[in-house]
Design a protein around this ligand. Structure first.
Ligand SMILES: Nc1ncnc2c1ncn2[C@@H]1O[C@H](COP(=O)(O)OP(=O)(O)OP(=O)(O)O)[C@@H](O)[C@H]1O
Ligand SMILES: [Mg+2]
Length: 239
């Protein structure tokens, strides 16, 4: 069985005649270690799909398996445990806590982990090392740049070493150079074995993915294979 199996996922919002199918019968499979881009116009259903993959948004119908686990058959608490074990999340708005330092922000997901404070600090330092921000560990969020904030958000999402990273427009607020740094960071994490699923509006960012899923009006309408000419100038090729 594939690592991720989505089977006939449907998500309807609203009730009665006003019902909208934000995701309309979507099926696909992902292997462990893939780097997948999800593209599509605004309102197409990308974030809805990502939240469903993230065990945060119960489908109206359909099923989702991750590593053989029928995710939405789990009870609420088990599903929260599943999220903590399997998933890291990065969003466009970084949601750093403004009155905690960089390292304290990175340590937040470890609150429920059974480990000593020293060990948790070491885990957070390791995550900060991966994003190249050890030297700014003791700054507050308003003392670092937007790109650095996004890297802190990535560090926070990987501090538990989850097998899957979900990113919703991780470079939406960033300039080209900083976006590239974030993409290279995601690429390194992927090369180290993490499955990365990333929603993006940017063809440049999508060029870093190995596979592209396109969502249009709630449907998965096409699947393109990406061919890269080189890492620094990714290109899209429709097959
Ligand atoms: N909680 C909700 N209640 C009702 N409708 C919703 C809700 N969340 C999303 N929708 C609707 O579902 C559709 C898909 O929304 P979604 O946020 O998944 O789009 P998106 O592809 O992520 O768009 P964008 O690129 O603008 O972020 C939209 O029509 C949206 O208005
Ligand atoms: Mg969205």
């Amino acid at each position: 069985m594939s690592f991720v199996v989505a089977e006939n996922l449907v998500k309807r919002y609203g009730s009665g005649d006003a019902t909208v199918a934000a995701i309309d019968d979507v099926s696909f499979q992902l292997h462990a270690g893939e780097f997948v881009g999800i593209m599509g116009e605004s309102g197409a259903g990308k974030s809805t799909l990502l939240a469903m993959l993230g065990a945060m948004n119960r489908p109206t119908s359909g099923r989702l398996w991750v590593d053989g686990i029928d995710v939405y058959a789990l009870g609420q608490e088990q599903r929260a445990d599943f999220r903590r074990e399997f998933l890291g999340f990065v969003f466009q708005s970084f949601h750093l806590v403004p009155y905690l330092t960089v390292i304290e922000n990175v340590m937040l997901p470890l609150a429920i982990v059974k480990a000593g404070r020293k060990q948790k600090r070491a885990m957070a330092e390791e995550a900060l090392a991966q994003v190249g921000l050890v030297d700014k560990a003791h700054r507050l969020p308003n003392q670092i740049s937007g790109g650095e904030s996004e890297r802190v958000a990535v560090a926070r999402s990987i501090v538990n070493e989850p097998p899957i990273l979900l990113a919703d427009e991780p470079t939406g607020n960033l300039d080209t150079k900083t976006s590239r740094e974030i993409m290279e960071l995601l690429q390194r994490l992927n090369a180290a074995g993490m499955t990365v699923i990333m929603v993006t509006h940017s063809p440049d960012c999508a060029g870093y993915a190995q596979r592209l899923l396109r969502v249009s009006d709630g449907k998965l309408v096409e699947e393109e294979i990406l061919v890269k000419s080189s890492a620094s100038s990714p290109q899209l090729a429709v097959v």
